[in-house]
Structures are given as C-alpha cells and as structure tokens.
Design a protein around this ligand. Structure first.
Ligand SMILES: [Zn+2]
Length: 139
C-alpha cells in the first residue's frame, strides 16, 4: 500500500494526489489501527498546491469501504514541492476531525518522505505510524 501511495503521488506530478486509507481498529491495549485498503481519489482541482476530492470518487470510495466492512482511518495527499507538513489550507479544509490521520507525501527531495498528522483547528500533532509486512494470506 505504501509503495502504491508513493507511485500515486509520483503519477500525479506536478499536481497533488489524494486518497483514502481504510482498515481495522483493534480493541485491546490502546488503540491500534491497521490499514488494509487504499482508495485513490481524483483531485478535482488538478493543482500543484491544493487538493479537493472529486465527489464522485469520494462516494465510490465510501461505497467500497462499506462493502469491504472497513473504517476510514486516514487520508493522504502529496506536496510536490514542499515539506510533508500540513499547510494552512490543509488545516482550514480539515473536514475529517482529529480521529482521521492525514498522511502527507513530500516529493520535494530526491526520495519521497511521508509523515502522518492529526489536525486540529489551528495546530497539528505528529501521528505515530509504522510499516508492517503483510502476510501472504492478506488480500
Ligand atoms: Zn497539503
């Protein structure tokens, strides 16, 4: 999924890409979330400095997510020429609340860099995440 996200970000260059990640919320010792699926969205602005999910792609993702019986866990988008840090626009257009993690993929440097954030109205906190190996029995 991570490799696909980076490929998506590169494919949309010079514009920003956007997509959703869904998965499971595990009960038990503290909240642990595992991403199982990626739903690429269409950036209706087709812009290098901002994104807006095209409503049709958003509805398709929502329907597919319900069909897969998964929960939306994160949204991702790319910053083609700036660091992987939320912009003022990202904060003002955060309709997802603080539960949903915002991943930002920066393509500014030679290698892509991805960081995760929880956005509040006028501030943001870094979200902890790690890559895990998917077993061959996983979809
Ligand atoms: Zn942004």
């Amino acid at each position: 999924l991570y490799v696909e996200m980076l490929a998506h970000a590169r494919a949309e260059m010079p514009n920003e890409c956007c997509g959703l990640l869904a998965g499971r919320i595990e009960a038990g010792g503290g909240p642990s979330r595992t991403v199982d699926r990626r739903y690429p969205l269409v950036n209706e602005f087709a812009s290098a400095t901002e994104y807006s999910a095209d409503p049709k792609s958003l509805i398709q993702a929502h329907v597919q997510c319900r069909h897969d019986a998964l929960e939306f866990l994160a949204i991702y988008h790319s910053h083609p020429t700036s660091p992987p840090v939320p912009s003022r626009t990202d904060l003002s257009r955060n309709y997802w609340g603080s539960e949903v993690v915002h991943f930002i993929i920066s393509l500014q440097g030679a290698e892509p860099v991805m960081r995760g954030w929880r956005l509040r109205e006028d501030a943001f906190d870094e979200a902890k995440w790690e890559l895990i190996e998917m077993s061959s029995s996983d979809p």
